[in-house]
Design a protein around this ligand. Sequence first.
Ligand code: ADP
Ligand code: MG
Length: 269
Amino acid sequence: MTTPPMQMSEARRFQQLRGHLSYLKLNDAAEALNRVLDQARHERMSITAALERLLEVEVEATESRRRAARERFACLPEPWMLSDFDFAAQPGVDEKLIRDLATLRFLDDASNVLFVGPPGVGKTMLSVALGRAAVDAGHRVYFTTAVELANKCRKAAIEGRWKTCMRFFAGPKLLIVDELGYLPLPEDGASALFQVINQRYLKSSTILTTNVGIADWAGAFGDATVAAAMLDRLLHRAAVVGIDGPSYRLRGHQTQADNLRKGVNARVS
Ligand code: ADP
Ligand code: MG
């Protein structure tokens, strides 16, 4: 005969409750059960308060696991945040626009962002900073370079995984494609990139960084028609941020070069 629930011993009930939590895969709550029940007795908490505290443990643990998974998936190359960006060093950048982008409203209407400018001016930094803000806000983000994307697509086509590959690039709420134009794309690369952009068109946002001015895209990507179609999709709803100030990366080198020159001049004179 089974023991009626009312007479079930406290210890057995505790074991059963722990078992239920584990069965439901609420492992962090299961682990915290003893501690939370002790607290509840000590602080004479209501049942509602005790349950709330127990489930809060599980919710926090789940959120931190999900966050870590989003971080890993995003492949952001640096820990850069918007607060690291020195706007004074790049007065050409519209700070108001960047701060507006950082609110992530552009994700709601699937707008794109294009950072256009020469090397070293902070294009990757700003796109990573926006990517980080999106990860923090709970969005799925994926960072890649144009060449890496083209290579992945090419490999997928050869291995008969084209559809899976396209689905992969359609998935993230925010896709960041860095360094378009720095290196020539592999064969069919421009067309693969176009297909990725096209299937995300009006559905989810893409950030693209490039050193090639928009007017020169047709020449730079081999196929003028593909370039025009890609721009058409990208620019339909987009913020274009042209950065034409000095290279931040070269500032240090510039100072070194200046000092060197001064030193040389001092010696000469
Ligand atoms: P780009 O992608 O335009 O070539 P990066 O974003 O890689 O340039 O920036 C080059 C380096 O200079 C990075 O280390 C970046 O952190 C730094 N940097 C560029 N612009 C700024 C800025 N305005 N404030 C602070 N650091 C900057
Ligand atoms: Mg860069």
